[in-house]
Design a protein around this ligand. Structure first.
Ligand code: UD1
Length: 417
């Protein structure tokens, strides 16, 4: 794995056109296997997870061409509904292939996705919902085998938690099921709306995406289509937070402000000038951000768990005390030891962290342990005095397209070694 060398203390200034949403592109690419036609998916970010998803599609027998942000998938020849551990082990979210494969092929065999640094990421809600639609699921030691002897049928499914992945999997399974499926207490994330819009363009009949109840009227087949994924709200928030922490001015384009409203509202509380219109967001930072008293992560439209590590770094340099409560994943605080090495005053236990903002942080050698935690360390290093080295940057490259180049273009001094 490579590392970043970051010289802190420079204001971030400029404009950035935001990448396509990682958390949209993966389920949308998985959904292309539901069609027997050709799909052209635009605004796909050049990320290692996108590359892995392309590799999965090819393993399944699809013809895939990935050119400059567009992935062309021809799933007509889908032949093999089996995903080996060498692929699923590298990306937890590969589980989103389960619903589409079952719907298109009537069976699927998927090696269990490997462990996750964010803590246990169970798939019980995915499996329970599929069972209610008629799937017979066998959980063996290494593989999960699913079959639908009588075909998938619509069902009324109540999720005990609005899981993003389960909502996606069940929605994709339901589009080709017989009859109507109602998903109750489902996730409302913008990426769910994006996936539904793609599926509807392919001929699916989904209504209510973005609300707590989604209704899906099954259809017999889907055709291919052309579609552009939405902008990445977490990447957008990352650049805006960097501006708030360095007293900079950053304009992010290609993003729907509504999708990150919970984060924009909090950024306003730091005293920064925050403005937005239909497709852009702007943040002008002041000398030192004010602390945000309390942040609790929640399902959308609440504050996103992926945003927590970014705001944790912001709190480390803010004026005042901030309290964080993480309600979605167990291990969201991977960046805390690194931030402490930079001089941050953070007390963390379980799901709660208390951060006493410091006037300034100092450079340190630290290691990214997961994607957003790693991004948080980059933000802290840009605000710190001196040269920090961040190891483990492959984690960060999983979610940020051309991160080093983009930050450099905004005036940061970041070298990739
Ligand atoms: C997705 C995102 C991830 C983001 C997360 C929260 C993708 C590919 N990943 O992950 O980047 O951090 O949403 O916004 O879009 N749960 C269960 N049983 C299940 C499924 C989930 O108990 O069957 C629990 C999880 O343990 C967790 C919570 O539900 O506590 C949320 O998980 P979920 O929304 O499913 O997150 P992911 O889809 O894994």
């Amino acid at each position: 794995m490579g590392r970043y060398e970051i010289t802190g203390g420079r204001r971030l200034e400029g404009e950035i056109s935001i990448q396509g949403a990682k958390n949209s592109v993966l389920p949308i690419l998985a959904a292309t296997v539901l069609t027997a036609g050709r799909c052209a998916i635009h605004n796909c970010p050049a990320l290692s997870d996108t590359a892995l998803t392309v590799q999965i599609l090819r393993t399944l027998g699809c013809r895939v061409d990935w050119r400059q942000g567009s992935v062309l998938v021809d799933a007509y020849g889908l032949s093999d509904p089996e995903l080996p551990g060498v692929l699923t082990g590298k990306m937890r979210s590969s589980i989103v292939f389960l619903g589409p494969l079952l719907a298109r092929h009537g069976r699927a065999k998927i090696a269990y996705p490997g462990g996750c640094r964010l803590g246990p990421r169970p798939i019980d809600l995915h499996l329970e919902g599929l069972r209610q639609m008629g799937a017979v699921v066998r959980e063996e030691e290494q593989f999960l085998t699913c079959q639908v002897p009588q075909g998938l049928r619509g069902a009324r499914i109540v999720l005990s938690f609005p899981s993003v992945g389960a909502t996606e999997n069940l929605m994709m399974a339901a589009v080709l099921a017989k009859g109507k499926t109602t998903l109750i207490n489902c996730a409302c994330e913008p990426e769910i709306v994006d996936l539904a819009a793609f599926l509807n363009r392919c001929g699916a009949k989904i209504s209510g995406a973005g609300e707590n109840t989604i209704e899906i009227e099954g259809v017999s087949a889907l055709q291919g289509c052309e579609y552009a994924v939405i902008g990445d709200r977490i990447a957008a928030a990352t650049y805006l937070t960097a501006a708030a922490m360095t007293g900079g001015k950053v304009l992010v384009t290609g993003i729907c402000p509504d999708s990150l409203m919970s984060m924009l509202a909090l950024l306003q509380m730091t005293g920064s000038e925050v403005r937005w219109e239909e497709t852009f967001c702007y943040l002008g930072g002041k000398e030192r951000p004010k602390a945000i008293p309390q942040i609790r992560t929640m399902p959308y439209p609440g504050f996103p768990t992926d945003g927590l590590p970014l705001f944790l770094s912001l709190a480390a340099v803010a004026d005042g005390t901030g309290i964080f409560v993480e309600n979605i994943f167990e291990n969201r605080y991977s960046s805390v030891p690194g931030l402490q090495r930079m001089g941050a005053a953070i007390l963390q236990e379980g799901k709660v962290a208390v951060v006493e903002g410091r006037e300034s942080l100092h450079a340190a050698d630290v290691c990214a342990e997961d994607l957003r935690g790693g991004a948080g360390l980059v933000l802290a290093a840009m605000a710190a005095q001196g040269v920090s080295r961040i190891e483990g940057i492959d984690w960060i490259d999983r979610g940020y397209e051309r991160f080093c180049e983009n930050l450099t273009a905004l005036g940061a001094r970041v070298l990739k070694k």
